[in-house]
Design a protein around this ligand. Structure first.
Ligand SMILES: Nc1ncnc2c1ncn2[C@@H]1O[C@H](COP(=O)(O)OP(=O)(O)OP(=O)(O)O)[C@@H](O)[C@H]1O
Ligand SMILES: CC(=O)N[C@H]1[C@@H]2OC[C@@H](O2)[C@@H](O)[C@@H]1O[C@H](C)C(=O)O
Length: 399
């Protein structure tokens, strides 16, 4: 047996594994690094986050990725060089975190790396019958493994597409294992660049659960404030939005996109929800002269309203507890609006379930890697479109 396979076999046989989950999201704020200690598999999985940090990206990193991010036309050489470079950069960030945490690379069983999504285009979005669902994450697993000196499992989304899904959201695979409950219906709401949710009915019926993207979480608000040129990356504590008024005509125009009438589960990204999308909505609603504060207040409400509708559609008349995560939970205006509307649902964060809300997506990829190593057959069924019962991730050895 090859020594790498033997080492993997030993990792799989342990009662507990140390897995580093890495997530680099659409906000391009930094690399989320979660060192998880994971016991068991499937519904018996237990996770303890031993260390977590977000390593902020340098301006250079952001500029290099933005050169291709969510763009239909790019320089192919830039895409090609970015793929290994992001892998190496993430590998160095892991090494740096381990040194700070005084953990040796040998103590880690595997790294689970999401990579950087640069383009996401499900068929329902590109609508070109010649092609199927597609998504592209850069940050090659071999380069990451060699740089960090740790076996790496990466590129989780391709198998999902190969087996009939849209490549996202993958949250359901982790949320179901970790958070489904027999005592309460749960909505796991993640407000990242794109907002998504997982519906976990207390029946715990694997055929009833699903994850879906909702629409923009922070991505339009971030893009808009960045366009103002004051050097702000996001509307911190909703300072700008709080000074403005919601424009109903703009809000109505923003809501007019075919994505919103698609059935669940569905996926989207900044390829659709970007500054051109906003400019089009402003043109159609004749609101080009709105102040920046009014536009921001409207974008904030747009995100909140989409979340409210998606939650109502998911749980119907059933009461449920909403467990929120992602950077949007730090946006006080958005969260206040959710709380005002959802008087019949409790709104908490995943902190109440012992998972740091900023770390949740990185933990998800650690869980997917754990399932790749020791999990059995996924409980989901191909019958439910969008949630194929597959094992995800590609394995790269360090030497
Ligand atoms: N104090 C705050 N006030 C307002 N917004 C905030 C605050 N802190 C974070 N955010 C928002 O959260 C964003 C980062 O969220 P997060 O890290 O969850 O996104 P992501 O993981 O990149 O996205 P995705 O889940 O779509 O991949 C920031 O860009 C900002 O919009
Ligand atoms: C293609 C892609 O990277 N999608 C991300 C993105 O960020 C949020 C939302 O859009 C979600 O669909 C997904 O990430 C999470 C981790 C998921 O797959 O569940």
């Amino acid at each position: 047996m090859h020594q790498h396979i033997e080492k993997l076999y030993q990792s799989a046989a342990k009662p507990r594994r140390k897995i580093i989950g890495l997530m680099s999201g659409t906000s391009l704020d930094g690399l989320d690094v979660a060192l998880c200690s994971i016991r068991g598999e499937g519904l018996a999985t237990e996770v303890n986050i031993e260390h977590f940090t977000t390593v902020p990206y340098t301006e250079e990193y952001q500029q290099r990725v933005r050169a291709v991010f969510a763009k239909r036309e790019v320089d192919l050489q830039t895409v090609t060089v970015l793929h290994p470079w992001i892998g190496i950069t993430h590998g160095n960030m892991v090494r740096h975190c381990l040194a700070q945490w005084q953990v040796l690379p040998e103590e880690i069983d595997v790294i689970a790396s999401h990579g950087q999504t640069v383009f996401h285009c499900p068929l329902r979005q590109h609508q070109d019958a010649r092609w199927g669902n597609a998504t592209l994450q850069l940050g090659d697993g071999d380069h990451l493994a060699v740089t960090a000196g740790i076996t790496t499992i990466s590129d989780f989304r391709q198998k999902h597409i190969a087996a009939g899904g849209e490549g996202a959201p993958l949250a359901v695979y982790g949320d179901y294992l970790l958070f489904s409950s027999i005592t309460e219906n749960r909505i796991m709401l993640n407000i990242g660049g794109i907002a998504n949710l997982t519906w976990l009915p207390k029946s715990r019926d694997a055929q009833a659960v699903f994850s879906t993207d909702i629409g923009p979480g922070n991505t339009l608000m971030d893009a808009f404030i960045q366009q103002q040129g004051q050097g702000q990356l996001y509307d911190k504590n909703a300072q700008l939005a709080l000074q403005g008024q919601v424009s109903q005509p703009l809000l109505v125009a923003l809501q007019q996109d075919p994505f919103f009438s698609l059935s669940f589960p569905k996926t989207t990204g900044p390829e659709v929800f970007n500054l051109s999308y906003l400019a089009n909505a402003q043109r159609r609603s004749n609101t080009q002269l709105l102040s920046a504060a009014d536009v921001m207040a409207t974008l904030n409400r747009f995100s909140a309203d989409n979340i409210i509708r998606a939650i109502e559609q998911s749980c119907g008349t059933e009461p449920c507890v909403i467990y929120a995560s992602g950077g949007g939970i730090h946006n006080p205006l958005l969260m206040a609006h959710l709380r005002t509307v959802f008087t019949r649902h409790d709104i908490k964060t995943t902190e109440a379930l012992a998972i740091n809300p900023d770390a949740k997506e990185a933990v998800l990829f650690a869980l997917l890697a754990n399932e790749c190593l020791v999990g059995g057959k996924q409980p989901f069924s191909n019958v439910r479109e969008g949630i194929p019962a597959v094992t995800m991730g590609k394995i790269s050895f360090a030497d």
